[in-house]
Design a protein around this ligand. Sequence first.
Ligand SMILES: [Zn+2]
Ligand SMILES: [Zn+2]
Length: 363
Amino acid sequence: MKAAVLFESNKPMPIVELDQSEPKTGEVRVRMAAAGVCASDYHVMTGHNPTPMPIVLGHEGAGVVEALGPGVTSVKVGDRCVLSFVANCGHCRSCRTGLSNLCDTNRETGTRQYDGTFRLHTDDGTEVHQFAKLGVFAESIVVPQQACYPMPDEVPMEVAALIGCSVTTGIGGVINQPGMRAGMTVAVIGAGGVGLNALQGARLMNASKVIAVDIFDHKLEFAYKFGATDVINSKEQDPVAAILEMTDGGVDFAFDTFGHKITTEQAWGATRKGGTTVVVGLAPDGMAAEIPMIDLVRNQKTLVGSYYGSASPHETFGKLLDFYLQGRIDVDGMVTRRHRLEEINEAYELLARGEDGRGVIVF
Ligand SMILES: [Zn+2]
Ligand SMILES: [Zn+2]
Protein backbone atom coordinates (compact mmCIF):
# COMPACT_ATOMS: atom_id res chain seq x y z
CA MET A 1 0.00 0.00 0.00
CA LYS A 2 1.44 3.37 -1.02
CA ALA A 3 1.12 6.51 1.10
CA ALA A 4 2.66 9.98 1.38
CA VAL A 5 4.69 9.95 4.61
CA LEU A 6 5.90 12.98 6.56
CA PHE A 7 9.17 12.03 8.26
CA GLU A 8 10.28 15.55 9.18
CA SER A 9 8.61 18.98 9.10
CA ASN A 10 9.48 21.36 6.24
CA LYS A 11 10.62 18.45 4.05
CA PRO A 12 8.67 17.05 1.09
CA MET A 13 6.64 13.90 1.76
CA PRO A 14 7.92 10.91 -0.23
CA ILE A 15 5.48 8.28 -1.50
CA VAL A 16 6.42 5.14 0.43
CA GLU A 17 5.30 1.51 0.26
CA LEU A 18 3.97 0.64 3.76
CA ASP A 19 2.88 -2.59 5.47
CA GLN A 20 -0.76 -2.32 6.49
CA SER A 21 -2.25 -4.62 9.17
CA GLU A 22 -5.71 -6.13 8.75
CA PRO A 23 -8.54 -4.26 10.52
CA LYS A 24 -8.93 -5.28 14.18
CA THR A 25 -12.17 -5.46 16.19
CA GLY A 26 -14.50 -2.61 15.22
CA GLU A 27 -12.25 -1.44 12.40
CA VAL A 28 -12.59 -1.41 8.62
CA ARG A 29 -10.31 -1.01 5.62
CA VAL A 30 -11.34 1.73 3.19
CA ARG A 31 -10.06 2.03 -0.38
CA MET A 32 -9.45 5.78 -0.82
CA ALA A 33 -11.24 7.55 -3.68
CA ALA A 34 -10.67 11.27 -2.99
CA ALA A 35 -8.75 13.34 -0.43
CA GLY A 36 -8.91 17.09 0.13
CA VAL A 37 -5.81 19.28 0.35
CA CYS A 38 -6.64 21.08 3.63
CA ALA A 39 -4.60 23.68 5.52
CA SER A 40 -4.67 21.69 8.80
CA ASP A 41 -2.27 19.15 7.26
CA TYR A 42 -0.11 22.00 6.04
CA HIS A 43 0.22 23.31 9.62
CA VAL A 44 1.70 19.92 10.55
CA MET A 45 4.09 19.98 7.56
CA THR A 46 5.41 23.40 8.56
CA GLY A 47 5.73 22.48 12.25
CA HIS A 48 3.08 24.98 13.47
CA ASN A 49 0.95 22.12 14.77
CA PRO A 50 3.44 19.45 15.82
CA THR A 51 2.40 15.76 15.75
CA PRO A 52 4.36 12.55 16.29
CA MET A 53 6.22 11.31 13.19
CA PRO A 54 6.51 9.56 10.86
CA ILE A 55 2.89 10.20 9.96
CA VAL A 56 0.54 9.84 7.02
CA LEU A 57 -1.37 13.13 6.81
CA GLY A 58 -4.76 13.86 5.27
CA HIS A 59 -8.03 14.06 7.20
CA GLU A 60 -10.55 15.12 4.54
CA GLY A 61 -11.55 12.11 2.47
CA ALA A 62 -14.01 9.66 1.02
CA GLY A 63 -13.70 6.04 -0.05
CA VAL A 64 -15.26 2.61 -0.28
CA VAL A 65 -15.28 0.04 2.54
CA GLU A 66 -13.41 -3.04 1.28
CA ALA A 67 -12.80 -5.18 4.39
CA LEU A 68 -14.34 -5.51 7.86
CA GLY A 69 -12.68 -6.45 11.14
CA PRO A 70 -14.58 -8.53 13.73
CA GLY A 71 -17.69 -6.97 15.26
CA VAL A 72 -18.33 -4.30 12.64
CA THR A 73 -22.07 -3.55 12.38
CA SER A 74 -22.42 0.05 11.16
CA VAL A 75 -21.05 -0.41 7.61
CA LYS A 76 -20.69 -3.21 5.05
CA VAL A 77 -18.26 -4.01 2.26
CA GLY A 78 -18.98 -1.76 -0.74
CA ASP A 79 -20.40 1.16 1.26
CA ARG A 80 -19.31 4.52 -0.17
CA CYS A 81 -18.43 6.71 2.81
CA VAL A 82 -17.67 10.23 3.94
CA LEU A 83 -14.80 9.92 6.43
CA SER A 84 -15.01 11.68 9.79
CA PHE A 85 -11.74 12.95 11.25
CA VAL A 86 -13.22 12.49 14.72
CA ALA A 87 -14.17 8.81 14.92
CA ASN A 88 -15.97 9.25 18.22
CA CYS A 89 -15.96 6.46 20.83
CA GLY A 90 -19.62 6.88 21.81
CA HIS A 91 -19.19 6.44 25.57
CA CYS A 92 -16.90 9.17 26.96
CA ARG A 93 -18.34 12.20 28.69
CA SER A 94 -18.19 14.42 25.57
CA CYS A 95 -19.90 11.75 23.44
CA ARG A 96 -22.56 11.17 26.11
CA THR A 97 -23.37 14.89 26.25
CA GLY A 98 -23.84 15.19 22.49
CA LEU A 99 -20.43 16.66 21.68
CA SER A 100 -19.04 13.68 19.82
CA ASN A 101 -16.97 16.12 17.72
CA LEU A 102 -14.91 16.63 20.90
CA CYS A 103 -14.66 12.91 21.85
CA ASP A 104 -12.25 12.53 24.81
CA THR A 105 -11.05 9.04 23.91
CA ASN A 106 -10.36 10.10 20.35
CA ARG A 107 -8.22 12.98 21.53
CA GLU A 108 -6.29 10.83 24.04
CA THR A 109 -5.41 8.17 21.47
CA GLY A 110 -4.71 10.79 18.78
CA THR A 111 -2.81 9.47 15.78
CA ARG A 112 -3.02 5.82 16.97
CA GLN A 113 -6.06 3.58 16.72
CA TYR A 114 -8.37 3.24 19.73
CA ASP A 115 -6.40 0.34 21.26
CA GLY A 116 -3.28 2.53 21.21
CA THR A 117 -1.53 0.58 18.45
CA PHE A 118 -0.58 1.22 14.83
CA ARG A 119 -1.82 -0.28 11.54
CA LEU A 120 1.05 1.04 9.42
CA HIS A 121 4.76 0.17 9.45
CA THR A 122 7.67 0.96 7.18
CA ASP A 123 9.60 -2.04 5.83
CA ASP A 124 12.18 -1.65 8.65
CA GLY A 125 9.35 -1.99 11.20
CA THR A 126 9.00 1.68 12.21
CA GLU A 127 5.48 2.48 13.43
CA VAL A 128 3.69 5.09 11.30
CA HIS A 129 1.00 7.39 12.74
CA GLN A 130 -2.30 8.19 10.97
CA PHE A 131 -3.40 11.83 11.22
CA ALA A 132 -6.78 11.97 12.99
CA LYS A 133 -6.76 8.13 12.89
CA LEU A 134 -7.26 8.51 9.10
CA GLY A 135 -4.19 9.54 7.09
CA VAL A 136 -6.09 9.72 3.81
CA PHE A 137 -3.03 10.52 1.67
CA ALA A 138 -2.80 6.76 1.16
CA GLU A 139 -4.25 4.20 -1.25
CA SER A 140 -6.13 2.52 1.59
CA ILE A 141 -6.68 3.15 5.29
CA VAL A 142 -7.58 1.01 8.32
CA VAL A 143 -9.84 3.08 10.59
CA PRO A 144 -12.52 2.73 13.30
CA GLN A 145 -15.95 1.91 11.82
CA GLN A 146 -17.29 5.14 13.37
CA ALA A 147 -15.07 7.11 10.98
CA CYS A 148 -17.30 5.98 8.10
CA TYR A 149 -20.61 7.61 7.17
CA PRO A 150 -22.32 5.72 4.33
CA MET A 151 -23.77 8.00 1.65
CA PRO A 152 -26.00 7.77 -1.43
CA ASP A 153 -24.49 6.71 -4.80
CA GLU A 154 -25.34 10.08 -6.39
CA VAL A 155 -22.79 11.98 -4.28
CA PRO A 156 -19.46 12.26 -6.13
CA MET A 157 -16.42 11.12 -4.15
CA GLU A 158 -14.65 14.49 -4.27
CA VAL A 159 -17.78 16.20 -2.92
CA ALA A 160 -17.94 13.62 -0.13
CA ALA A 161 -14.28 14.23 0.69
CA LEU A 162 -14.89 17.96 1.18
CA ILE A 163 -17.94 17.23 3.34
CA GLY A 164 -15.50 15.29 5.55
CA CYS A 165 -13.81 18.53 6.69
CA SER A 166 -14.14 22.00 5.15
CA VAL A 167 -17.85 21.88 4.29
CA THR A 168 -18.88 20.51 7.69
CA THR A 169 -16.52 22.83 9.58
CA GLY A 170 -17.67 25.92 7.66
CA ILE A 171 -21.40 25.34 7.12
CA GLY A 172 -21.86 23.39 10.35
CA GLY A 173 -20.10 26.13 12.31
CA VAL A 174 -22.80 28.55 11.08
CA ILE A 175 -26.02 26.52 10.94
CA ASN A 176 -25.40 24.81 14.28
CA GLN A 177 -25.05 28.13 16.17
CA PRO A 178 -27.87 28.61 18.63
CA GLY A 179 -29.58 31.96 18.16
CA MET A 180 -28.91 32.17 14.40
CA ARG A 181 -32.07 33.45 12.68
CA ALA A 182 -33.16 34.56 9.21
CA GLY A 183 -32.29 38.17 8.41
CA MET A 184 -29.24 38.38 10.65
CA THR A 185 -26.01 40.00 9.49
CA VAL A 186 -22.88 37.88 9.20
CA ALA A 187 -19.19 38.60 8.60
CA VAL A 188 -16.73 35.88 7.62
CA ILE A 189 -13.03 36.62 8.02
CA GLY A 190 -10.97 34.46 5.66
CA ALA A 191 -12.24 33.20 2.29
CA GLY A 192 -10.36 29.88 2.18
CA GLY A 193 -12.03 26.46 2.07
CA VAL A 194 -13.73 26.84 5.46
CA GLY A 195 -14.53 30.53 4.90
CA LEU A 196 -16.33 29.87 1.60
CA ASN A 197 -18.43 27.28 3.38
CA ALA A 198 -19.22 29.63 6.26
CA LEU A 199 -20.50 32.04 3.59
CA GLN A 200 -22.71 29.27 2.18
CA GLY A 201 -23.91 28.52 5.71
CA ALA A 202 -24.94 32.16 6.15
CA ARG A 203 -26.76 32.01 2.80
CA LEU A 204 -28.58 28.84 3.94
CA MET A 205 -29.68 30.68 7.10
CA ASN A 206 -31.04 33.56 4.99
CA ALA A 207 -28.67 36.15 6.44
CA SER A 208 -29.56 39.64 5.20
CA LYS A 209 -25.92 40.68 4.74
CA VAL A 210 -22.97 38.34 4.30
CA ILE A 211 -19.64 40.16 4.39
CA ALA A 212 -16.48 38.32 3.29
CA VAL A 213 -13.07 39.61 4.42
CA ASP A 214 -9.74 38.45 2.99
CA ILE A 215 -6.38 39.86 1.92
CA PHE A 216 -6.62 38.60 -1.69
CA ASP A 217 -8.95 40.26 -4.23
CA HIS A 218 -9.17 37.05 -6.27
CA LYS A 219 -10.42 35.13 -3.22
CA LEU A 220 -13.01 37.83 -2.54
CA GLU A 221 -14.17 37.65 -6.16
CA PHE A 222 -14.57 33.87 -5.73
CA ALA A 223 -16.47 34.47 -2.45
CA TYR A 224 -19.42 36.06 -4.30
CA LYS A 225 -20.19 32.63 -5.82
CA PHE A 226 -20.70 31.18 -2.34
CA GLY A 227 -23.03 33.77 -0.89
CA ALA A 228 -21.02 36.91 -0.06
CA THR A 229 -23.16 40.02 -0.56
CA ASP A 230 -20.27 42.41 0.23
CA VAL A 231 -16.50 41.99 0.35
CA ILE A 232 -13.66 43.80 2.11
CA ASN A 233 -9.95 43.54 1.34
CA SER A 234 -8.41 43.93 4.80
CA LYS A 235 -5.06 44.98 3.29
CA GLU A 236 -6.73 48.01 1.71
CA GLN A 237 -9.12 49.07 4.45
CA ASP A 238 -9.69 48.45 8.16
CA PRO A 239 -12.28 45.65 8.11
CA VAL A 240 -13.67 46.50 11.55
CA ALA A 241 -14.39 50.15 10.71
CA ALA A 242 -15.85 49.12 7.34
CA ILE A 243 -18.16 46.47 8.85
CA LEU A 244 -19.35 48.78 11.66
CA GLU A 245 -20.26 51.36 9.04
CA MET A 246 -21.95 48.90 6.63
CA THR A 247 -24.06 47.33 9.39
CA ASP A 248 -24.73 50.34 11.59
CA GLY A 249 -22.83 49.02 14.60
CA GLY A 250 -21.61 45.53 13.78
CA VAL A 251 -22.83 42.11 12.66
CA ASP A 252 -24.94 39.66 14.66
CA PHE A 253 -22.42 36.88 14.00
CA ALA A 254 -18.75 37.25 13.02
CA PHE A 255 -16.72 34.15 12.11
CA ASP A 256 -12.93 33.91 12.15
CA THR A 257 -12.35 31.03 9.75
CA PHE A 258 -8.61 31.68 9.50
CA GLY A 259 -7.57 31.31 13.13
CA HIS A 260 -5.13 34.02 14.17
CA LYS A 261 -4.88 36.72 16.85
CA ILE A 262 -5.38 39.41 14.19
CA THR A 263 -8.43 37.82 12.55
CA THR A 264 -10.10 36.86 15.84
CA GLU A 265 -9.66 40.43 17.10
CA GLN A 266 -11.13 41.71 13.82
CA ALA A 267 -14.13 39.39 14.14
CA TRP A 268 -14.61 40.47 17.74
CA GLY A 269 -14.40 44.16 16.84
CA ALA A 270 -16.95 43.71 14.04
CA THR A 271 -19.52 42.00 16.33
CA ARG A 272 -22.47 44.14 17.42
CA LYS A 273 -23.85 44.53 20.94
CA GLY A 274 -25.35 41.24 22.06
CA GLY A 275 -23.74 39.52 19.08
CA THR A 276 -21.52 36.48 18.84
CA THR A 277 -17.95 36.01 17.63
CA VAL A 278 -17.26 32.45 16.51
CA VAL A 279 -13.66 31.25 16.12
CA VAL A 280 -13.55 28.37 13.65
CA GLY A 281 -9.97 28.44 12.33
CA LEU A 282 -7.17 26.85 14.35
CA ALA A 283 -4.52 29.38 15.42
CA PRO A 284 -0.87 28.35 15.80
CA ASP A 285 -0.15 26.54 19.07
CA GLY A 286 0.13 28.98 22.00
CA MET A 287 -1.26 32.07 20.25
CA ALA A 288 -3.64 34.27 22.30
CA ALA A 289 -6.03 37.05 21.23
CA GLU A 290 -6.67 40.18 23.27
CA ILE A 291 -10.35 40.72 24.04
CA PRO A 292 -11.19 44.10 25.65
CA MET A 293 -13.08 43.14 28.81
CA ILE A 294 -15.13 46.33 29.04
CA ASP A 295 -16.46 45.64 25.53
CA LEU A 296 -17.28 42.05 26.55
CA VAL A 297 -19.28 43.16 29.59
CA ARG A 298 -20.92 46.42 28.58
CA ASN A 299 -21.90 45.14 25.15
CA GLN A 300 -22.87 41.65 26.31
CA LYS A 301 -20.94 39.96 23.54
CA THR A 302 -20.32 36.23 23.29
CA LEU A 303 -17.04 34.63 22.19
CA VAL A 304 -17.32 30.98 21.25
CA GLY A 305 -15.18 28.33 19.58
CA SER A 306 -16.47 25.93 16.95
CA TYR A 307 -14.77 22.63 16.16
CA TYR A 308 -15.86 20.41 13.27
CA GLY A 309 -19.25 22.05 12.85
CA SER A 310 -20.01 22.50 16.58
CA ALA A 311 -21.99 19.23 16.81
CA SER A 312 -21.93 15.52 16.00
CA PRO A 313 -20.13 15.28 12.63
CA HIS A 314 -22.42 12.44 11.47
CA GLU A 315 -25.49 14.58 12.17
CA THR A 316 -24.06 17.44 10.14
CA PHE A 317 -22.92 15.11 7.29
CA GLY A 318 -26.50 13.85 6.87
CA LYS A 319 -27.89 17.38 6.58
CA LEU A 320 -25.18 18.52 4.19
CA LEU A 321 -25.61 15.50 1.90
CA ASP A 322 -29.33 16.36 1.69
CA PHE A 323 -28.58 20.03 0.99
CA TYR A 324 -26.10 18.99 -1.70
CA LEU A 325 -28.51 16.59 -3.42
CA GLN A 326 -31.21 19.29 -3.35
CA GLY A 327 -28.83 21.77 -5.00
CA ARG A 328 -28.91 24.10 -2.01
CA ILE A 329 -25.14 24.14 -1.46
CA ASP A 330 -22.33 24.20 -4.01
CA VAL A 331 -19.48 21.81 -3.31
CA ASP A 332 -18.45 20.94 -6.89
CA GLY A 333 -17.61 24.61 -7.52
CA MET A 334 -15.04 24.56 -4.73
CA VAL A 335 -12.86 21.95 -6.38
CA THR A 336 -10.49 23.89 -8.60
CA ARG A 337 -7.54 21.48 -8.89
CA ARG A 338 -7.14 17.72 -9.13
CA HIS A 339 -3.89 15.88 -8.45
CA ARG A 340 -2.55 12.35 -8.23
CA LEU A 341 -1.12 11.16 -4.90
CA GLU A 342 2.38 11.49 -6.37
CA GLU A 343 1.73 15.25 -6.77
CA ILE A 344 0.90 15.83 -3.10
CA ASN A 345 3.84 18.17 -2.41
CA GLU A 346 3.01 20.34 -5.44
CA ALA A 347 -0.63 20.40 -4.30
CA TYR A 348 0.48 21.91 -0.99
CA GLU A 349 2.70 24.45 -2.71
CA LEU A 350 -0.42 25.72 -4.51
CA LEU A 351 -2.34 25.89 -1.21
CA ALA A 352 0.53 27.81 0.41
CA ARG A 353 0.49 30.30 -2.48
CA GLY A 354 -3.15 31.20 -1.72
CA GLU A 355 -4.80 29.79 -4.86
CA ASP A 356 -8.63 29.86 -5.04
CA GLY A 357 -10.77 26.95 -3.96
CA ARG A 358 -9.78 23.43 -3.04
CA GLY A 359 -7.30 20.93 -4.42
CA VAL A 360 -8.31 17.27 -4.35
CA ILE A 361 -6.18 14.15 -4.61
CA VAL A 362 -8.03 11.70 -6.87
CA PHE A 363 -7.10 8.03 -6.55
ZN1 LIG B 1 -9.42 20.06 7.24
ZN1 LIG C 1 -16.05 9.72 22.99
